[in-house]
Design a binder for this molecule. Structure first.
Ligand code: 4AD
Ligand code: MG
Length: 461
């Protein structure tokens, strides 16, 4: 494989003849020499190329080379005398591959993330976005490493589905019906029998229900794929299209679920600390002071546990400090999540046993008949990062619950059959991948940790 900039930056190839292709970040011209800073996304630091301006064949090519251009350089790798780098490439031949006119938007200066969001097709060429994407890559790889090392089977659940996992109704419809001329039934409703799938189809909000069916065969599985929510939440932590990781484990109760969630988060965070030191140092200096230490702290501290009822008791004492005061039964919102993790526990907190009214239909009912075996992992700075539960595996209790919520058992017939044929206690959770990337990098807005964000009123590129 071709050499990359990163391969040249340690001093192991000093003295060798090298050929490298990359993009020009900057060009500085002195009287007798010019300097090019080359970057190919393999590391934050670029490769310095020194060009002897006196050499005729180099000079004419150099004139056409500008910031943003792509080039191929051949030369000898030498120890650098300059202070900013340990090696430099002394150019013997220089070839412009693709020129770059001076309306190139990424000139040498700091751009705001808002500006760069409008240039999403180019933004990975900046230090910030290349670092984010390298960390995202390391995290995706470590998700697979964690589950593969622990015997989980990777399952691809469908993106188009006819069932609503969370029962929340924030789904996008998938249709080929002519929207100018929608077929209607006798009673005036949309006639989905004329649609592509002969029924109403949606983009999935979670692969969990299908994931559960595979856990009932393979024992421990995980999904890792795109997820869609038509929530009207224009916030720094919501996307309409995001990636979710959902493990599901047979013969596992909520205790096992929480254990896996904690070791999983610690594993992927630690991999970033170990394998992306340069990028983490960059985030620490330019994005969020202390983020590295913060993540180290999360990796090294046991997560706090409390029930929803306990959490509410604590929060109620501070109701005067909240925009939304709480009482038993209310949803725990972002300000409360941050209070619990930042002020009370000073580390991640796992809250369990929520009131059934604020959680999904599939969660296992506690004996009190009021709360369910849910768990949310809350993280300082962020709030909810993971949501999970033990699943209701008793057919009669599940049916009862579905009726209570007005869900049609007919449309969940296959899900219910899992409870009929060899049912077992099982549990799982979902991690929002972008929430995790945002957390590790300290980046403020979730739209900046996915290559092309989709959100309310926003679908560019
Ligand atoms: O808490 P949620 O809704 O749980 C589920 O979907 C379950 N089916 C998971 C399971 O038990 N298998 O979503 C899980 C996680 C949240 O904790 C959050 O990190 C992330 O998904 N998430 C979002 N991330 C970005 N944008 C959104 N709109 C998100 N909604 C949820
Ligand atoms: Mg949730």
């Amino acid at each position: 494989m071709d050499l990359r900039v990163k391969d040249l930056l340690d001093e192991s190839r000093i003295g060798e003849e090298i050929e490298i292709s990359a993009w020009v970040r900057t060009k500085r011209e002195g009287k007798s020499v010019a300097f090019l800073d080359l970057n190919d996304g393999s590391s934050l630091k670029g490769l310095q190329v020194v060009v002897d301006v006196g050499k005729k064949e180099l000079e004419s090519e150099l004139e056409r080379i500008t910031t943003g251009a792509s080039v191929k350089v051949r030369g000898r790798l030498e120890k650098s005398l300059g202070g900013n780098q340990s090696v430099e490439l002394s150019a013997e031949s220089l070839e412009l591959i693709g020129s770059c006119p001076n309306d190139y938007p990424l000139q040498k200066k700091r751009h705001t993330v808002e500006f760069l969001r409008e240039k999403a097709h180019l933004r990975a060429r900046t230090n910030l976005f290349s670092a984010i994407m390298r960390v995202r890559n390391t995290m995706a790889y470590s998700v697979h490493r964690f589950f593969q090392e622990n015997g989980f089977i990777y399952v691809n659940t469908p993106l188009i589905t006819a069932s609503d996992c969370e029962g929340a109704g924030a789904q996008f419809t998938v249709t080929t019906l002519d929207l100018e001329n929608v077929p209607k039934t006798k009673d005036g409703k949309v006639d989905y029998s004329k649609d592509f799938f002969s029924k109403e189809a949606k983009l999935t909000v979670s692969g969990q229900l299908e994931g559960e069916t595979y856990a009932m065969a393979l024992r421990n599985i995980y999904t890792f794929g795109p997820t869609f929510r038509a929530e009207n939440s224009n916030t720094a932590r919501h996307l309409a299209e995001f990636w979710m990781i959902e493990p599901e484990m047979a013969f596992s109760t909520l205790e096992g679920d929480m254990e896996v969630a904690e070791s999983f988060l610690k594993y992927i965070f630690k991999k970033v600390l170990d394998e992306r030191e340069e990028d983490m140092a960059f985030f620490d200096s330019f994005v969020l002071k202390g983020v590295r230490e913060n993540i180290e702290h999360v990796v090294n501290s046991p997560f706090e546990h409390m029930t929803y009822t306990e959490a509410i008791k604590i929060l109620e004492k501070h109701n005067s400090e909240f925009e939304y005061p709480v009482k038993w039964g209310s949803d725990i919102q972002s300000e409360h999540e941050r209070y619990l993790t930042e002020v009370i526990a000073k580390r991640p907190v796992i809250v369990t046993d929520y009131p059934k009214e604020i959680k999904a239909f599939y969660m296992k009912m506690n004996d009190d008949g009021k709360t369910v075996r849910a768990m949310d992992v809350l993280a300082p700075r962020l709030g909810e990062i993971i949501g999970g539960s033990e699943r209701e595996w008793r057919e009669d209790v599940l049916l009862e619950r579905m009726k209570e919520l007005g869900l049609d058992p007919e449309s969940y017939w296959w899900y219910l059959e899992l409870r009929k044929y060899g049912s077992v206690p099982h549990s799982g959770f979902g991690l929002g991948f972008e929430r995790a990337v945002r957390y590790v990098t300290g980046v403020e807005n979730i739209r900046d940790v996915i290559p092309y964000p989709r959100a309310v009123k926003y679908c560019e590129f």
